[in-house]
Design a protein around this ligand. Sequence first.
Ligand code: SF4
Ligand code: SF4
Ligand code: SF4
Ligand code: FES
Length: 357
Amino acid sequence: MKDSSDMSLGMSIDGKHVQAEPGSSVLDTCRAAGIHIPTLCHDPRLEPYGGCRLCIVQIEGMRGFPAACTTRVAEGMVVTTESDTLRGLRRTVVELLISDHQLDCLTCDSAGACALQDIAYDLGVASSPFQGDRHEPHPGDDNPLIERDYSKCIACGRCVRICSEVQGCDVYGYAYRGFEMLPDTAFGATLADSGCEFCGQCVSSCPVGALTDRMRRFAGREWELARTETVCGYCGVGCTIEFAHKDGVITGATAPLERGVNRGNLCAKGRYGYGFVASPERLTTPLIKRDGQFVAASWDEAFVAVARGIKNVTTKHGPDAFGGIASAKCTNEENFLFQKMIRAGVGTNNVDHCARL
Ligand code: SF4
Ligand code: SF4
Ligand code: SF4
Ligand code: FES
């Protein structure tokens, strides 16, 4: 018999009858039903936060304007996601958010991929009636990977939360108070001195241009970039990865939130370790050492040299004098064949791989 907790709930959203999973949020239910609600502090990788108030809705029988991301569904709930009142309130939220924002979209690397820009466009917000102090750009630090510009920060806390909830690193906390409040490292230290793993998870979650990848600065506008999805070759986890590229040059790596074993997450190698693709030091042909120098060779010459080398070592010293190191960048099938060759062909169990890279 079906457990009552397995049964879906019937509710109405914008006049449409919708079935909802018990325990899910109004936001998730709307998204599953193809109903768009703007969000800024929400990231499906994180616990609901309810900080930005962009996802406010109206729910019959409830006072005020609850946040869809932190409100659980209930049987018979009647939800409205779009109305003049909601648009007006969301406009005010955006006007407050941009009241201290530099709005330098012309040179911002996030333009075209900025949730604040998209929401302001949808709501027709071009400027703010609330004028006052503005944040200064962060002095930053000299790491090569992550640019911090808190003059664009909207204090959504996603960087603080993803570093803590997903990475377990707790590099950032909420520093200072009131208008001065910023996500910062302890005592304002550099990221390198704060236990940062340079995974770029905070960059991937930041909805605006406050945290960006330094390696992609001025490498192309968002709409100029082509994207190719592939599987990260660094280790056996096999994360789904999406490379952005322009004119054949990779400009950055991200991961789709809704697919793959990693669901939007990447480690430092997957996110930033793509420089080898265009490296002038990358090997494009086999090399054989002759008279102390590596010289380019054909694959046939290389295979003969390897076979001769293996034979020389094992004839003189026995098969256990030889060992093979395979690569985590190879497929399972290639690695299987490699260990088979070492075990059955050479006759030793001295075989390992580089997955501990
Ligand atoms: S963060 Fe967004 S709104 Fe701000 S300058 Fe960059 S693109 Fe424009
Ligand atoms: S790069 Fe990773 S470890 Fe460093 S602050 Fe961002 S999320 Fe935390
Ligand atoms: S830096 Fe980005 S992710 Fe962090 S609080 Fe500011 S806007 Fe949000
Ligand atoms: S997305 Fe719900 S309050 Fe920010």
